[in-house]
Design a protein around this ligand. Structure first.
Ligand SMILES: C[C@@]1(CC(=O)O)c2cc3[nH]c(cc4nc(cc5[nH]c(cc(n2)[C@H]1CCC(=O)O)[C@@](C)(CC(=O)O)[C@@H]5CCC(=O)O)C(CC(=O)O)=C4CCC(=O)O)c(CCC(=O)O)c3CC(=O)O
Ligand SMILES: NC(=O)C1=CN([C@@H]2O[C@H](COP(=O)(O)OP(=O)(O)OC[C@H]3O[C@@H](n4cnc5c(N)ncnc54)[C@H](O)[C@@H]3O)[C@@H](O)[C@H]2O)C=CC1
Length: 238
């Protein structure tokens, strides 16, 4: 059997996934600048965040999150019992010995963890993140050049049309409505083909401009399999 038609394996990468941490317990150890970044990433993913760090070590941003009750807070240095309820641990402290202790305890308990600054003590790395509504683009250099990850991310973000996030939001609404009018699992292939055709044939601008009324008018064409554009829809429905 020829292997030519299959992609070649390129080891040495990371498994990049969109990890769902909504309402899961994320423990952040430390309250400095790096911790502040970790906290924001976790809150943006709707996690239930707990920060453990002596009050004197909190930077302005972390102190603000604590004061706003955006995070639960433990005012002392890390203790092993802090791991009892943790689903994930993000450690960003300036004490290498304490860091390594956190890592070892996490491994004993099989809790996925990231120890900032110590790649060998990370189940996963952070990356440079571009966010636009529901869109997230993460750049990783797999430990080779974090600052370059930042530069590449900015280049990618600058190359994207400004309203990409808004277009994706509207596509999300349309997909939801489509599943309501065609809920049958057996319609999967037809639903997916039609939805793909909408995304391919509509411009980003028209996807952004699409109103609730336009969506309902467009969905009337689903049964036939046709995908008229925004102008055609507005002409026929007016
Ligand atoms: C392995 C990894 C583990 C992890 O932390 O998850 C890691 C490790 C280390 N970073 C170090 C240094 C710096 N890190 C940054 C910045 C970021 N670092 C991030 C991720 C990662 N950093 C993971 C790999 C990601 C990848 O390879 O793509 C980013 C992308 C995401 C984030 O942290 O949120 C964020 C940019 C976000 C943004 O701005 O968009 C800067 C620049 C700055 O601060 O401006 C510097 C100084 C300049 C430089 O070194 O490039 C050192 C110390 C080296 C030393 O002592 O010399 C180590 C340890 C080591 O390399 O051994
Ligand atoms: N993305 C990355 O990987 C990067 C990593 N770093 C590294 O990350 C670490 C943290 O950096 P910063 O936030 O800038 O440091 P920082 O000095 O601002 O903050 C360290 C924090 O850790 C707290 N802390 C120390 N020991 C603790 C303990 N046992 N339990 C709980 N809290 C404790 C301190 O009170 C302070 O809030 C450093 O090792 C730094 O070199 C720095 C830049 C980028």
């Amino acid at each position: 059997m020829s292997s030519k038609q299959f992609p070649e394996v390129q080891g040495g990468g990371s498994l990049i996934v969109a990890w769902q941490v909504r309402n899961k317990h994320v423990l952040v150890v430390g309250g400095g600048e790096v911790a502040a970044g970790r906290i924001l990433h976790a809150l943006n993913a709707d996690a239930a965040v707990t920060v453990v760090c002596p009050k004197s070590g909190l930077n302005e941003e972390v102190a603000y999150r604590v004061a706003q009750n955006q995070v639960s807070y433990i005012d002392r240095t890390f203790e092993p019992q802090d791991l009892d309820t943790a689903d994930m641990v993000l450690c960003a402290i300036d004490d290498p010995e304490a860091s390594t202790q956190v890592w070892k305890l996490c491994k004993e308990r099989r809790i996925p963890s990231n120890i900032a600054d110590v790649p060998s003590e990370c189940d996963f790395y952070f990356g440079s993140m571009h966010r636009d509504g529901p869109l997230q683009v993460m750049v990783s250099t797999n430990g080779n050049g974090p600052k370059l990850a930042n530069i590449v991310r900015q280049k990618i973000a600058n190359a994207l049309p400004e309203n990409t996030g808004a277009a994706i939001e509207n596509v999300g609404l349309l997909r939801k409505k489509l599943r309501e009018i065609a809920p049958d699992a057996r319609e999967g292939p037809k639903r997916m083909k039609w939805m793909s055709n909408v995304c391919v044939s509509w411009t980003l601008e028209d996807l952004v401009a699409m109103t609730d009324k336009d969506m309902d008018a467009l969905l009337k064409h689903y049964q036939s399999g046709n995908v008229p554009n925004l102008q055609e829809i507005r002409e026929t429905s007016s």
